[in-house]
Design a protein around this ligand. Structure first.
Ligand code: 2NL
Length: 345
């Protein structure tokens, strides 16, 4: 049996040396040292030996098993190292390869236009005011010099929720609320936000759209303040060469009221399809705040005056980017939206 063991050991050592991969060596381990291997078999067969030989043989089997295990482990370390070295040599990472660009989103074109308009007015010292989209009839109409029987209410067919509550048709109620809360103090705000009208959606109408209104109240605020402010605004949004002109108009909440045109940024007055051959493009409505409106919200028209204006960012964005259908802003087709990716820093 001793002889048998020695042969087994020699055999195992040869096999260990012959193994050239981690896998082959593992097979050798299983074959010689595993539960079904010859060494285990020998240990199991010890019962057949005479009792006095058992301890000696048991010790011998253990010594042989340990030395085979030791040699195998040494060889395993070497083979594993060789495998890693081979991998390092064959598989290398080219750190100079350019990475895959991460797909980034971009701001919605309307958001961009609204933020650009906000930036201009913030630079002029205005604050941004916001308020509820579900509004009281009083703030949306009454306080803006549009009493219940006023025919101008028909101009803006509205979504009513109850008799006194509706989805706001303009952002002026935010301005009324600001006036009420200021208790007669000066005001310089713009109010951006969603507004709602009962319109059938088409290329130029939407039942929900965006509005930005502005309101300045103080002593000696006059029409020339309005004109100077809006002239700078036109240049900021549509280019330094822009001229503006004011045409008389009517709004119940302003007196006098005007509509503002900018000189056409495409043809500079020669006449094109954007300006409908007039050289001018209508951009916004404005005027001096009506005395009734001032009075109703706690301002004395004998002491202070104010100007106000209102515009539609969709219209501004359509003109600026040549968008032909207002519905593009709301259907959110990525092929449309991704065209407004900011490429400049
Ligand atoms: C337009 C015209 C306008 C106003 C909005 C306003 C608000 C208060 C008092 C007086 Cl609290 N006026 N807002 C004034 C003139 C015109 O909007 O065409 N918007 C798209």
């Amino acid at each position: 049996m001793e002889q048998q063991l020695k042969e087994l050991k020699e055999q195992a050592l040869v096999k260990i040396n012959e193994a050239t991969t981690v896998k082959e060596l593992n097979d050798v381990r299983v074959a010689y040292l595993g539960k079904k291997g010859p060494i285990t078999d020998l240990l199991k067969g010890m019962g057949k030996l005479p009792a006095e030989e058992r301890p000696k043989m048991g010790a011998l089997v253990n010594v042989i098993r340990e030395s085979v295990t030791e040699v195998l482990e040494e060889r395993m370390t070497k083979l594993e190292e060789a495998a890693i070295n081979e991998q390092l040599e064959n598989e290398f990472i080219d750190v100079t390869l350019p990475g895959r660009p991460a797909r980034t989103g971009n701001h919605h074109p309307l958001t961009r236009v609204v933020e650009e308009i906000e930036d201009f007015f913030i630079s002029m010292g205005y604050e941004i005011a916001e308020g509820p989209e579900v509004e009281k009839d009083y703030y949306n109409f009454e306080a803006l010099n549009l009493p219940k029987d006023h025919p101008a209410r028909d101009m803006q067919d509205s979504f009513y929720i109850t008799e006194d509550v509706l989805l706001r048709t303009q952002t002026s109620p935010v301005q009324v609320r600001t006036m009420e809360s200021k208790g007669g103090a000066p005001i310089k705000i713009i109010c951006p936000g969603k507004v709602y009208r009962r319109d059938s959606d088409d290329a130029t109408h939407s039942h929900q759209f965006t509005q930005i209104e502005g309101l300045v109240i103080g002593e000696d605020i006059c029409m020339s303040d309005l004109k100077g402010t809006l002239s700078l605004f036109a240049k900021k949004m549509f280019g330094d060469e822009r001229e503006i002109r004011l045409r008389p108009s009517f709004f119940p909440f302003t007196e006098p009221s005007v509509e503002m045109d900018i000189s056409c940024f495409k043809c500079s007055g020669d006449g094109c399809n954007i300006c409908k051959k007039t050289g001018w493009i209508e951009i916004l409505g404005a005027g001096m705040v009506h005395p009734n409106v001032l009075r109703m919200s706690g301002y004395d028209p004998a002491v202070v005056s104010g100007f106000a204006f209102g515009m539609g960012p969709e219209r501004v964005a359509m003109l600026k980017y040549g968008v032909e259908d207002i519905r593009h802003f709301y259907t959110n087709d990525v092929r449309f939206l991704s065209q407004f990716h900011r490429t400049e820093a």
